[in-house]
Design a protein around this ligand. Structure first.
Ligand code: DOR
Length: 423
């Protein structure tokens, strides 16, 4: 592999500098040889490679929607050097063998680090704990456990899981949604739009009541809870209260919840059917404020690719979810940077440093200094483009940004010193 010298990049808060990549690491730029490959980064910003706490890769089981190859290619195009692969595959990632298999598929694909998330309960059935200890102590050392797509609604089971994972510094990433409040047929936010459209919805309280409960279980057990895809103002209030008391709770927000509102659903377009649902404007503002002040720790995509035949149905019958890896940073720039809510060093924190810390990844989210792994995302802060759902590495087209002009920030991605994407 050739050495790469990136010249004149703005290191998001650390000033301008050159970066020399050699053998997967950052080394002293003064050591650059004559045959070094040069990349002029004048006007560009260098971020530590992005880390996504919440990706659905669909392999094994639904390779028609996404594979490790297509999904990690999409990740690299989005500036990500690591993705946590959610456990709701077929079979479910609920054993050490399954977790090892996910990591191996990721290594074969080779476009980003793939870290398996372990299921909390066997088969995601919410009844019996999965092999948490065996997954944690396996060669892939699973640290993040989630039944994402399903809420661990049984408080006793959630308490036991939290007590168990404390021994290996794990974290439970909760899909906070009380099933009794959401109901089996709910498909959008409960409010004026759902009433007008005649669609069953679920209220914000279905989320925030579970988060309030889990805050208290985190305090009771001294264990770590992470809240997946926060979507309501009430949840942000609960998180703020919990953090002020020193409870070990972290949270993520998706790009789509930072920008899109319930109004997207007015046309019954199933592209905008997602779980948790798109919420009214006042919730979107609260999520942006929460991300700006650190109440929400991280941005995570909930990249949820679906085959056309699962998504192109009447709204009530379509699958939940939208793709998100390739446009995540674009939406963060649009909602948080270009509006003055977040600095570029804040972006580095929320998209790389903090997610790596939550997942206990030692080689990701590191400062761009000599000796560190060369995980680097180069960003053009001014470029814009119209999103085209067909211009993608993903196998799926359920893209809520299609036809919309957004920032087009990612210029190049380097994972462990290797260029995984270049525009
Ligand atoms: O919209 C969603 N889709 N939300 C989830 O929690 C799961 C995901 C999926 O797996 O498709």
């Amino acid at each position: 592999m050739n050495d790469v010298l990136i010249t004149g990049a703005d290191l998001a808060g650390q000033g301008r500098a050159d970066l020399l990549i050699r053998d997967g690491r950052l080394v002293d730029p003064a050591d650059a040889g004559v045959d070094v490959e040069r990349m002029d980064a004048d006007g560009l910003i260098a971020l530590p490679g992005l880390v996504d706490l919440h990706t659905h890769l669909r392999e094994p089981g639904r390779e028609d929607a996404e594979t490790h190859d297509s999904g990690t290619r999409a990740a690299a195009r989005g500036g990500f050097t690591a993705v946590l692969a959610m456990a709701n595959t077929t079979p479910v990632t609920d054993t050490a063998e399954a977790a090892l298999h996910i990591a191996a598929l990721g290594r074969q694909a080779g476009h980003a680090q793939v870290i398996p998330v372990g299921a909390v309960t066997k088969g995601l059935d919410g009844a019996e704990l999965a092999e948490l200890g065996l997954m944690a102590r396996s060669a892939v050392q699973v640290r993040v456990f989630s039944d994402d797509g399903h809420c661990i609604s049984d408080a006793g089971l959630m308490r036991r899981a939290l007590e168990y994972i404390r021994a290996f510094d794990g974290v439970i990433a909760q899909h906070a949604q009380d099933p009794r409040l959401a109901g089996a047929h709910a498909c959008c936010h409960e409010g004026e739009v759902s009433g007008r459209l005649g669609l069953p919805g679920w209220p914000p309280a279905a989320e925030s009541t579970i988060v309030a409960r889990d805050v208290q279980l985190a305090a009771l057990t001294g264990s770590r809870v992470h809240v997946c895809h926060v979507s309501t103002a009430e949840t942000v209030d609960v998180l703020r209260w919990a953090k002020a008391r020193g409870v070990k709770i972290t949270a993520e927000v998706t790009p789509h919840h930072l920008l899109l509102t319930t109004d997207e659903v007015l046309g019954y377009d199933p592209t905008f059917k997602v779980n948790p649902p798109l919420r009214p404007e006042e919730h979107v503002r609260a999520l942006q404020d929460g991300l700006a002040d650190g109440t929400i720790d991280a941005v995570a995509t909930d990249h949820a690719p679906h085959a056309r035949h699962d998504k192109q149905h009447a709204f009530a019958e379509a699958a939940f979810g939208m793709v998100g890896l390739e446009s995540a940073l674009a939406v963060v720039v649009e909602t948080m940077v270009d509006t003055g809510r977040l600095s570029w060093s804040g972006v580095a924190q929320r998209t790389s440093v903090v997610p790596a810390r939550i997942a206990r990844l030692s080689g990701q989210g590191r400062p761009l200094s000599v000796g560190e792994p060369a995980n680097v995302t180069l960003v053009d802060p001014t470029a814009r483009a119209v999103v085209d759902a067909d211009n993608t590495a993903s196998l799926s087209r359920n893209n809520p940004w299609h036809g919309r002009e957004l920032p087009d920030p990612v210029v190049a991605t380097f994972w462990a010193g290797r260029q995984t994407y270049r525009r």
